[in-house]
Design a protein around this ligand. Structure first.
Ligand SMILES: NCc1[nH]cc(CCC(=O)O)c1CC(=O)O
Ligand SMILES: [Mg+2]
Length: 323
């Protein structure tokens, strides 16, 4: 045998020397849930270890993450039912919870990277990512709401706008609105290949944002499709996206790799709420080694081609030195 691959695995030093994929705090984005009130911190039942924070506690949480070197955050609001309407007007109201939160985080931590979620569902009385008329999700009318939302986020100091709605043409529309208003430096991280997935369940519990009727299959992608992700990627790139996101992460490693091979833009992967819940539940039962499983999942997302990983594990992996 001339080739014995085991020789390159024989010691820790050699294993590290030939390691192909690395991951560090700089690659991680921590999603954070926000609620109204003072000194609030409520755990999401289906996501042990993940909390909804009122703005004062959010600032404390951001500070403790920053100390660990975790400096990128994706914010999501939990909106009370009486503030929701068909047009998600709460999403661009001057004094809304979400806009105050963005502003506070940026004022207190100017060096943090604040990523904001642009989509109607947390504010929509229909629980959908678009305006609903006669049971249909209207595309072009929804773009106007998304544009207002993105502009409001930029005005509060958002570094990156992340549209997660899957309406056609929204990247180009938002780019135009931002540029027309003097925000050409604000980036867009497009949820480019976002699938109609069962793995978003715990997130919808966290925000109380589940659709009130039907499902999201007329806008989110069919899990059976891979090539269609290339169409979405080409469009988002042409419309001015700065990052392309694939979501969920682990069940869609092939899609991450496909986009990596077909675009020069950085790829982000969203290791979603259901992926987190699945792993936590198994770890709680002692059915797998949590530290090793989490590190393996995040490394696999990097190996497939993700530059950035949005993950609920971000803080614990750094706190416990799991990477
Ligand atoms: N615009 C909605 C949105 N933005 C991020 C997630 C899911 C994130 C997760 O599950 O962690 C969802 C859920 C959905 O599309 O219903
Ligand atoms: Mg698209």
């Amino acid at each position: 045998m001339l080739q014995r691959p085991r020789r390159n695995r024989k010691s820790e030093v050699i294993r590290q020397m030939v390691q192909e994929t690395h991951i560090s705090a700089a690659n991680l984005i921590f999603p954070l849930f926000i609620i109204e009130g003072n000194n609030q911190k409520t755990e999401v039942a289906s996501m042990p270890g993940i909390f909804r924070y009122s703005i004062d506690n959010l600032l404390r949480e951001v500070e403790s993450c920053m100390k660990l070197g975790l400096k990128s955050f994706d914010l999501f609001p939990n909106i009370s039912e009486e503030l929701k309407d068909k047009y998600a007007t709460e999403s661009h109201r001057e004094e809304s919870l979400y806009l105050r939160a963005i502003k506070q985080v940026k004022q207190n931590f100017p060096e943090a990277c604040v990523i904001t979620d642009v989509a109607m569902d947390p504010y929509s009385s229909d629980g959908h990512d678009g305006i609903v008329e006669n049971g249909e999700i209207l595309n072009d009318e929804t773009l106007e709401v998304l544009g207002k939302m993105a502009l409001a986020h930029a005005r509060m100091g958002a570094d990156i706008i992340a549209p997660s709605d899957m309406m056609d043409g929204r990247v180009g529309y938002i780019r135009q609105v931002l540029d027309d208003n003097g925000f050409s430096g604000v980036s867009i991280m497009s949820y480019c290949a976002k699938y109609a997935s069962a793995f978003y369940g715990p997130f919808r519990d966290a925000l109380n944002s589940a659709p009130k009727f039907g499902d999201k299959k007329t806008y989110q992608m069919n899990p059976a499709n891979q090539r269609e992700a290339l169409i979405e990627a080409q469009l988002d790139e042409a419309e001015g996206a700065d990052f392309l996101m694939v979501k969920p992460g682990l069940p869609y490693l092939d899609v991450i790799k496909l986009l990596k091979d077909n675009t020069e833009l950085p790829i982000a992967a969203y290791n979603v709420s259901g992926e987190y819940a699945m792993l936590k539940a198994a770890a709680e039962r002692g059915w797998l080694n949590e530290q090793r499983a989490v590190a393996e999942v995040l490394t696999s997302l990097r190996r497939a081609g993700a530059s950035a990983i949005l993950t609920y594990h971000a803080k614990e992996v750094l706190e416990n030195k799991w990477l």
